[in-house]
Design a protein around this ligand. Structure first.
Ligand code: AMP
Ligand code: MN
Ligand code: MN
Ligand code: MN
Length: 283
């Protein structure tokens, strides 16, 4: 079961990806993906389209979402898989989580204006597919277009990360709430790309323990957001904490993402794949 080309993490135009849910389903199928989930940030508005597109292609599908959480003052992402996308508690929780994005974007734009980059809010809006989901990625695309930077990683480095002019600290959902929304909607909660967080080892241990005590069940081990050298550490942590393992490219765009759908190495055989917990929810 660990030898399955599952890709359980990617983004569409419903959040900060550049392809539609339908185009992602086609790309996943063409790349040999055998189980697929679309995990837009804080939003399940693309799930029905993703399911219909996957079903039309004969591509096994799970519902998905990536929830923004603030844990120990750091933004952490929690993926949900295999839940009911219409569950009222989840839908309401996600709406609350999206809530502050418009105001935050205005403040980001004000910060950028102070260093001479004008009109960034309006510029970013041109890239936004879902008005409730304006994100740093949309600002990054605009700053590349306007010639301020050569690519989106340079934008994040110079303008959009902590201490930089376009960075606005933000409080997202609480860890326990995000895990609860996913569980109450019948899904499995997964710690997304754990190596990406600026946590000390003590805080990382606390994240895993608290996640587990809230009922979280899995962690991403093989992800496009990790370097291959980071896989074994999180495979060990999955086993240490009794968590299942997930695999996903975190694909956003053919022009920006270095990991395409369905192209990662398989999970190691010593891990329990998260899809073993979700077998009855695949559609
Ligand atoms: P937000 O939810 O508005 O804070 O935006 C977060 C998104 O920005 C992530 O989901 C990534 O898609 C993108 N992102 C974060 N850091 C970087 C980076 N260093 N380079 C490129 N994209 C990034
Ligand atoms: Mn993103
Ligand atoms: Mn993420
Ligand atoms: Mn993601």
């Amino acid at each position: 079961m660990s030898i399955l080309n599952a890709d359980l993490h990617c983004h569409s135009t419903v959040s900060d990806g550049t392809l539609s849910p339908e185009a992602l389903a086609e790309r996943a199928k063409a790349n040999g993906v055998e189980l697929w989930a679309l995990t837009d940030h804080d939003e399940v508005g693309g799930q029905r389209r993703a399911r219909l597109a996957a079903q039309a292609l004969g591509l096994p599908w799970l519902s998905g979402v990536e929830i923004s959480v603030t844990f120990a003052d750091v933004t952490v992402h929690i993926v949900g898989l295999g839940f009911d996308p219409e569950h009222p508690g989840l839908v309401e929780g996600l709406a609350q989580t999206r809530g502050g994005r418009g105001e935050r974007a205005q403040e980001m734009s004000d910060g950028l204006a102070k260093v001479g980059i004008r009109g960034a809010y309006e510029g970013a809006l041109k890239y936004v597919g879902n008005p409730e989901l304006i994100s740093r990625t949309h600002f990054a695309r605009y700053l590349v277009e306007s010639g301020a930077c050569k690519d989106t990683s340079e934008v994040f480095r110079k303008y959009l990360t902590e201490g930089k002019p376009g960075f606005v600290p933000h409080r997202w959902a609480q860890l326990g709430d995000a895990v609860r929304w996913i569980r109450e909607a019948g899904g499995v909660a997964v710690i997304a790309h754990p190596a990406r967080y600026a946590h000390s080892p003590t805080r990382e241990y606390a994240l895993f323990s608290e996640f587990k005590s809230h009922g979280g069940q899995a962690v991403e081990v093989v992800t496009g957001s990790h370097a291959p050298s980071e896989y074994p550490k999180y495979a060990d942590m999955a086993l240490e904490f009794g968590l299942a393992a997930s695999r996903g490219s975190d694909f956003h765009s053919p022009d920006e993402s270095h990991t395409d759908l369905g192209t990662l190495p398989f999970l190691e055989g010593r891990l329990t794949p998260v899809w073993e917990l979700l077998a009855d929810r695949v559609q």
